[in-house]
Design a protein around this ligand. Structure first.
Ligand SMILES: Nc1nc2c(ncn2[C@@H]2O[C@H](COP(=O)(O)OP(=O)(O)OP(=O)(O)O)[C@@H](O)[C@H]2O)c(=O)[nH]1
Ligand SMILES: [Mg+2]
Length: 454
């Protein structure tokens, strides 16, 4: 009987709409027989050979097509899989999919092809996530990071940590097994040392997430500052278009507008915001409050000041983190007098700043280069991979916490069987990343974010 996991599934794997070609994919035991019933060709269908022919359903001719058959287990899903390329017309694709369903296939759910690849052991869970990430990546750095996930480099690093951990557990369990006998065991301080080294590696991966998150999700970069300082002008200068309204009236921007720009392979999510000031206007004050929130959320803050205004002052940093992530922009340099610029530069000593004239697009390249330089300070050159997904970050944090407990426990002289309990918990967390012990809810969550047909 065809169950949920071995039924034959079918879906359009290319975006709906009109296009040169579209690809309909089937996976499961029935794939080949369903296609043979629909497809007429002078050649026999052979594995991994593109075969030209014509598609017919019971009502008649559908389209010409190329059929490629991938025989189990040498396919994306590990099952028999057929790809049918036909003309990219939604009506034709629906006809074909309907004909497949009439012959026993059922429509695939989002990510179901990849889910089967995972369940059939073709890929681990981190690779499945790499596939989703590569489909949605929108910058060179994100694409490179997802390729590492997809190719299993991230999974490989995790598997390496896992095997170190298994070795340590084995040493301790060996001791438990031969407790009665006269054998010398690895001394405890040596074991503690091994756990500490492992934990240091995990910590290093955990700290790589700050960079990895910015690569995968883009660098959230709010443009903040007093009203009328030129925030919207700078935003437009980055985008090289008049995207938002610029006017001499303070309080022009009330809502938030986000646009992405790519610089040196990184994606920056610039957000134009309302000027921060005390205001009695209800709508404007909502905007000002949201600007404050963005200041906290942003990965990197561009703080724009009007350098032509003698009343402009540099705000003091609220804390170390704000100080680090803020780049000041002394804008309107074209109409600023030298003395005022010098006064502001002095106030900014020890902090990062650039001088610009957003109205005339002057200084924008330098600011962009400064933004890239800031992001790259978080990149660890000696790490082969960095963590890009919150799920991995959380699992590694839990693993590290178990290891710290194990170290504490070993140092206080607890017996091996107690230490092993925490080490096994850490192992489980690493397995979660690879999908070895992942519950259905997590799997559903991961695969439901895929498109249908992948
Ligand atoms: N001379 C000069 N004028 C500028 C420059 N940048 C902005 N302006 C002018 O300053 C005024 C305010 O610019 P906006 O970009 O709207 O300023 P804002 O910070 O977005 O203002 P709010 O949205 O009201 O907070 C406009 O008249 C701009 O043309 C600059 O570099 N030089
Ligand atoms: Mg504005």
């Amino acid at each position: 009987m065809a169950t949920e996991n071995n039924s034959t599934i079918v879906a359009l794997s290319t975006p709906g709409g009109y296009s040169g070609i579209a690809v309909v994919r089937l996976s499961g035991n029935g794939s080949l027989s369903i296609v043979k019933d629909l497809f007429k060709s002078k050649q026999e269908i052979e594995p991994r050979v593109a075969t030209f022919g014509k598609l017919y359903d019971r009502t008649g001719y559908i389209d010409t097509a190329i059929v490629t058959f991938y025989q189990a287990p040498n396919s994306y899903t590990g099952e028999d899989l057929v790809e049918i390329s036909l003309h990219g017309n939604p009506f034709l694709c629906d006809l074909l999919i309907g004909a497949c369903v009439a012959r026993g296939a059922r429509g695939a759910k989002p990510g179901e092809f990849t889910r089967r690849a995972f369940l059939n052991g073709k890929i681990d869970l981190s690779q499945a996530e790499g596939i989703a990430d590569i489909i949605y990546s929108s910058s060179r750095s994100a694409q490179k990071a997802s390729a590492k996930l997809l190719e299993g480099q991230t999974g490989g690093v995790i598997a390496g940590l896992k095997s170190t951990l298994i070795n340590i557990i084995t040493l301790l369990e060996l001791e438990l097994d031969f407790l009665e006998e006269e054998i010398s065991f690895t001394p405890k301080d040596k074991i503690i040392n091994q756990i500490e080294n492992l934990n240091a590696e995990i910590q290093s991966l955990i700290s790589s997430y700050r960079f990895g998150k910015m690569v995968r999700e883009g660098v959230l970069c709010p443009i903040i500052g007093p009203p009328n300082s030129g925030k919207s002008s700078l935003f437009n200068a980055f985008l090289q278009e008049e995207r938002v309204i610029v006017s001499p009236v303070p309080g022009t921007t009330r809502d938030f507008i986000e646009e992405s720009v790519g610089v040196n392979g990184y994606q920056f999510r610039l957000v134009d915001t309302a000027g921060i000031r005390d205001t009695i206007d209800a709508v404007e004050s909502i905007g000002v409050a949201k600007s404050q929130d963005l200041l906290n959320l942003g990965d990197l803050v561009l703080y724009v000041l009007d350098s032509s205004d003698a009343l402009t002052t540099v705000p003091p940093p609220l804390n170390k983190q704000d100080k680090d992530k803020t780049i000041f922009i002394l804008n309107k340099s074209d109409i600023a007098d030298e003395a005022n610029l010098e006064r502001l530069k002095k106030q900014l000593s020890g902090r990062r700043y650039f001088i610009s004239s957003a109205k005339y697009h002057i200084g924008v390249h330098e600011i962009a280069a400064g933004m890239v330089k800031y992001i790259e300070t978080f990149r660890k050159q000696d790490e082969p991979v960095f963590i890009t997904r919150l799920r991995h970050h959380e699992a590694l944090k839990r693993a590290s916490s178990c290891l710290r407990t194990a170290i504490q426990s070993a140092k206080t002289g607890n017996p091996s069987e107690i230490i092993v309990i925490d080490l096994r918990e850490a192992l489980e967390q690493l397995d979660i990343i690879l999908g070895k012990t992942t519950n259905d809810d997590i799997l559903n969550n991961i695969f439901s974010n895929f498109c249908v047909g992948k």
